[in-house]
Design a protein around this ligand. Structure first.
Ligand SMILES: NCc1[nH]cc(CCC(=O)O)c1CC(=O)O
Ligand SMILES: [Mg+2]
Length: 337
């Protein structure tokens, strides 16, 4: 040091000491991201040998069942515990009563059977909501312009039963109707499907971050208006605790907060209040933001992926649904953290 420094006061506590070297940074690290924390959402489409890139989600594609099974084999080999399955349904099968949702031979059920046959140990989670099968793109049945609760729940419980009978490990109602967890639990138990888990999208917000997902499943074009009469107001957080409490009392095995990064405060409150398995969904729009910036050379993809995921762990999430799961798993396997 060439310059003479002026007199300084010496701090007794130096928090920088533990940050000085890699070994002490590692010892003092409070949270760890592991491949065990990851769930990959995947999109399936009719046909064979089909792979369709999704323009608003670069690096994510829809696959026909045959290619999706191969993809799932790679996912399982990376050590990712589970996938969440979403169908992109042909427009000709979409109706106002969304009855294809509970056809035991629909695209979702055929996909579940194929994946579970090839990869019995990979967790398969099915989404329970009517939007992929609904000609108006809403998650429920619409009468006079309003999504009606109880008849929607009746359709949802039939949907959950055919998915569970096809062999999925968990059903994940993402519709935000009231009372659907109890109705689904009772319907599953009645059929002897007592071990099918219910992962509730309990605190799901009416978010603009779902845009790319609606492209991926093809529900965006049909959707008129918004989902504000059933998904939550982004301004609310006490209400999220009431939603979670209701779904736990109705029999939810795990609960989810969605979207993820703009709602880290909700994850923390839910974890502190209930201490139950709490999942976060880093949704399509969050993926698209990071990806677009990385493709422009504005952000370092590998680093922002791991930083965004450790943020969920720090907030209290036990697991994260993320389109980055394969990249994150590869980075973690190479020792990044
Ligand atoms: N029931 C629909 C559903 N299930 C998962 C997502 C969004 C997932 C994502 O954006 O990645 C949505 C979209 C919506 O509610 O309109
Ligand atoms: Mg609810």
């Amino acid at each position: 040091m060439s310059t003479i420094l002026p007199h300084v006061e010496f701090p007794l506590t130096r928090l920088r000491r533990n940050r000085r070297d890699d070994w002490s940074r590692r010892l003092c690290s409070e949270h760890k991201l592991s491949v065990d924390d990851l769930i990959l959402p995947v999109f399936v489409v009719e046909g064979s040998n089909v792979r369709q890139e999704i323009p608003s989600m670069p690096g994510v594609a829809r696959f026909s069942i045959d290619l999706l099974v191969e993809e799932c084999r790679r996912i399982a080999d990376l050590g990712i515990p589970a996938i969440a399955l979403f169908p992109s349904v042909d427009d000709s099968l979409k109706t106002e009563d969304a009855r294809e949702a509970y056809n035991p031979n629909n695209l979702v059920c055929r996909t579940v059977r194929a994946i579970k046959q090839a990869l019995p140990n990979l967790g398969v989670i099915c989404d329970v909501a009517l939007d992929p099968f609904n000609s108006n793109g809403q998650d429920g049945l619409v009468v006079d312009g309003y999504v009606i609760n109880d008849p929607t729940v009746d359709a949802l419980r039939k949907m959950a039963v055919v998915q569970a009978q096809a062999g999925c490990d968990a059903v994940a109602p993402s519709d935000m109707m009231d009372g659907r967890i109890r109705a689904i639990r009772e319907a599953l138990d009645e059929k002897g499907l007592i071990d099918t888990r219910i992962i509730s999208y309990a605190a799901k917000y009416a978010s603009a971050f779902y845009g790319p997902f609606r492209d991926a499943v093809g529900s965006g074009g049909a959707l008129k208006g918004d989902k504000k009469t059933y998904q939550m107001d982004p301004a609310n957080s006490n209400e999220a605790l009431r939603e979670i409490a209701a779904d736990l009392s109705e029999g939810a095995d795990m609960v989810m907060v969605k979207p993820g990064q703009p709602y880290l405060d909700i994850i923390r409150r839910v974890k502190d209040a209930f201490g139950v398995p709490t999942l976060a969904y880093q949704v399509s729009g969050e993926y698209a933001m990071l990806k677009a910036a990385a493709l422009n050379g504005w952000l370092d993809w590998d680093k922002v992926v791991l930083e965004s995921l450790i943020g969920f762990k720090r907030a209290g999430a036990d697991a994260i649904l993320t389109y980055t799961a394969p990249d994150a798993a590869r980075l973690l396997a190479r020792g990044h953290h």
